[in-house]
Design a protein around this ligand. Structure first.
Ligand SMILES: NC(=O)c1ccc[n+]([C@@H]2O[C@H](COP(=O)([O-])OP(=O)(O)OC[C@H]3O[C@@H](n4cnc5c(N)ncnc54)[C@H](O)[C@@H]3O)[C@@H](O)[C@H]2O)c1
Length: 379
């Protein structure tokens, strides 16, 4: 079955971007939100983004107009889904709200329509099972901003039919993105499972050593090949997003994350990062300011504890059949912007050294740090 008509439910930060990339690939898109005002704002943003592409001569004015013309803003749900073959749901990350939206959607959409959720952290299978079509339900996790980020995680639930997974991969390819399939519906999927726990671990590293924020961030950037430091990345992502992901992931799996109290404290104090003017660092205006990091500062911090944390989670994904090393490296490169493969960094440091670090951490700080059997076997 070829997909031509897509409905995007939710026109916020992610929804309007997903509508734009879909229309750019030639799909007829209906963008649905609960108020006309939200849709007007979303359409303005899409127009602005397309105009920018025209100014940069990436597309012609005619192409920009044609893409814009393929997106139809609609408030009425029944009208929004009447021609849809695929519905991409991009409503706020609140389980009860998602379930309510799917209850309405399930009634409004014909039985053959595919449902894809852009959830970052909620269990796909659990949401799927509230609908009449768990076999036609899948996770499709775009990254922010969808117009620029190349990675899309595709997450089949327990009952998702293999055809639907294939079709979703084809759709991702058709919108000029790269799909990485997270083969099991595990908390955090791939990228958040690597990234979110590392933010907490970096807080522990700061507590346990005399390293400064800048030294830790410099080590992450210059020794681990991240595009920026981990605290910078957390400030950029927003502590509201990180806190929410932490809560959801920890609720479902205590082994994935060792929550550091500072993350919740910063969230409570509204120190959300760049968007609020203060997170780990302070930001003047709302301009994007880079913290000064250097190789010299990097030499003052040994990041083995961070490498051990991210590697242990990567290994967990492999051991538990959710992914393999090649796919994890691809996801980390496209989703986190890593310039160096994780397992290459690990080999430079020495897998045995990493396993020893994890064993020592486990002795001091508990079972959370127990090395994954895959790492132990790779020594
Ligand atoms: N923001 C990010 O960086 C990011 C990245 C990846 C995934 N996500 C995920 O994408 C989803 C949406 O996040 P967001 O940041 O775009 O949220 P957002 O709050 O910016 O947008 C959500 C939109 O959904 C609308 N909405 C609410 N109920 C609706 C309904 N019944 N039908 C249609 N629209 C409805 C809201 O009015 C709002 O415009 C969440 O699941 C989130 O976890 C977000």
């Amino acid at each position: 079955m070829g997909i031509k008509n897509i409905t995007v439910l939710g026109s916020g930060v992610m929804g309007h971007g997903i509508a734009q990339v879909s229309a750019t690939a030639g799909y007829n898109v209906v963008l649905r939100d609960i108020e006309q005002g939200f849709l007007d704002k979303a359409m303005e943003k899409i127009r602005w983004s397309l105009d920018k592409l025209v100014t940069k001569e990436k597309i012609s004015k005619e192409e920009g107009d044609a893409i814009f013309g393929r997106i139809k803003p609609v408030v009425d749900l029944n009208e929004a889904v009447k021609d849809a073959e695929l519905v991409i749901e991009v409503v706020p990350e609140i389980m009860d709200l998602k379930k309510k939206v799917y209850a309405e959607l399930d009634k409004a959409a014909a039985p053959e329509v595919i449902f894809a959720s852009n959830t970052s952290t909620l269990p796909i299978t659990e949401i799927a099972n509230t609908t009449s079509r768990p076999d036609k339900f899948i996770g499709i996790h775009f990254f922010n901003p969808p117009q620029l980020m190349k990675l899309v995680e595709v997450i089949p639930g327990e009952k998702t039919s293999p055809d639907i997974t294939e079709l979703t991969k084809e759709y991702v390819k058709s919108v000029n993105k790269q799909a990485v399939v997270c083969r099991k519906d595990v908390p955090g999927f791939i990228i958040n499972r690597l990234f979110i726990p590392m933010v907490h671990e970096a807080c522990y590293l700061k507590d346990r050593t005399s390293a400064t924020l800048e030294e830790i961030d410099s080590a992450v950037k210059f020794k681990l090949g991240f595009p920026m430091g981990i605290f910078e990345l957390a400030d950029f992502t927003g502590m509201d997003v990180i806190h929410k992901a932490t809560v959801e992931m920890h609720l479902r799996d205590k082994k994935v994350i060792n929550p550091h109290p500072l993350v919740e404290k910063m969230f409570d104090e509204k120190k959300l990062g760049q968007k609020s003017g203060e997170g780990y660092y302070k930001y003047s205006d709302d301009k994007y300011e880079r913290v000064t990091l250097s190789e010299d500062l990097a030499s003052k911090c040994n990041p083995i504890q961070l490498v051990a944390n991210i590697l242990n989670n990567a290994a967990w994904l492999v051991t538990n059949g959710a992914s393999d090393i090649e796919e994890i490296e691809k996801a980390a490169q496209l989703g986190l912007g890593l310039k160096k493969p994780l397992f290459e960094t690990a080999k430079e440091i020495g897998i045995s050294n990493i396993v020893n670090e994890l064993k020592q951490l486990a002795e001091k700080h508990g079972q959370f740090y127990e090395p994954d059997p895959l790492l132990v076997s790779m020594q």
